[in-house]
Design a protein around this ligand. Sequence first.
Ligand code: FAD
Length: 287
Amino acid sequence: MVSGTQLMEKVLFKIAKQWIAGNTIDDALTSAKNAYQSGRHAIVNKLGEYHTSKKQITTTVNEYQKIINSFRKWKIRGAVSVKPTQIGLSISQKECYRNFEKIILNARNAHVFVWLDMESSEHTDETIEIYNKFFSKYERLGIALQANLKRTEDDLIDLLRIGAKIRLVKGAYREKASISFKSKEDVDKNFVKLMKILFKKGNEFGIASHDGKIIKKAENLSKKYPKKFEFQMLKGIRDELKPKLIKKKFVVSDYIPYGVNWLPYSIRRIKERKRNILLLGSSLIQS
Ligand code: FAD
């Protein structure tokens, strides 16, 4: 007999499949190839964070290496996106640096772009430190910055001074009111402010949002400031908009997560949108 938890997980997996490539590295590579054949670039991320098991960390690092090598072999325009706490930051900075260095050396040989995801605010300083250290060794390295944090404007200006490559996001983590903007209106306002700084002073950046109003504003800014940038969106979200942007000659990247740790990621996506909560409800009723 199927228990309530098993049923819930089965239904969630059915919904989650639109946002994740699947459980395995092969699923991720197939998804990246499909994105590429549809005119999009791929940014692959292995799901999972806060790893403290050295075995799990080694597997994660090895898989990023394999993805990088496959991109090189298949000549796919792709990147990997790494969370510091999945490659050792939860053990020590030294462990994280040692592992990130392996990824960076491999990426440098293969000419593959590497992104550093930004996690919750307790890791912001450490993530920027990692970026500063490795950007001096490899230029095809980018870092995500979150518009919901009050500190981000200063971080952005500092990072742009060294020519950093930025992915601007709204921010996926719940943060204290003392350090963050809480309302959607304030986060959106700050996103637009930071995006203007990026168009004026940055280059090779990513506007990572599904928000139609923000995307329109970016399109307009790009007419005034013709910079090298791309729109980045999560796999399975705003799929109707992506070909339209490509037709207008914008670069669009799909962020493609994979791995067995799909549940927290998918719950985040469900909570983001009322329609997805309704979809979950109706799927449960039908099961
Ligand atoms: P929202 O205000 O959430 O949504 C605006 C509009 O977009 C909605 O009204 C709707 O029309 C559409 N939309 C949004 N979500 C959905 C959905 N699930 N289904 C359908 N339509 C939807 N966060 C981090 O903290 N660190 C990172 O490193 C990071 N990397 C990211 C990389 C990429 C490529 C992307 C796209 C996001 C990343 N995020 C990251 C997540 C980000 O911070 C937001 O939580 C997430 O993108 C939702 O914000 P939004 O800009 O789409 O705007």
